[in-house]
Ligand binder design. Structure first.
Ligand SMILES: [Zn+2]
Length: 93
């Protein structure tokens, strides 16, 4: 019973699906309700300094574990380690 009470149902900001999780494990992202983006982000995906009024009206929005996993996969795809080549002369063992 206590376990069920600890878990709360939330709506993912990214995919709009509902999910339940313990409140202390839910990842959140700060969203400005006026733009629907994190403060400081533009619709073009660029950054600008976030104004204090934008930060003040922003609120933490929950993100579901499936979207976090997708974001981690995308991050790994676009931030893959650089290719390496054998050096010359080959190391002597
Ligand atoms: Zn989601």
């Amino acid at each position: 019973m206590a376990e069920e009470e600890a878990r709360a149902t939330r709506r993912c900001f990214a995919c709009k699906r509902t999910f339940s999780a313990a409140p202390e494990t839910v990842e959140t992202v700060l969203i400005d309700p006026e733009t629907g983006l994190p403060p400081g982000f533009t619709v073009l995906g660029t950054l600008r300094p976030a104004g204090p009024d934008a930060v003040a009206r922003s609120a933490d929005q929950p993100i579901c574990p499936a979207c976090l996993e997708k974001a981690a996969r995308l991050w790994q795809t676009y931030n893959a380690p650089p290719p390496t080549w054998p050096s010359w002369p080959p190391p002597e063992n």
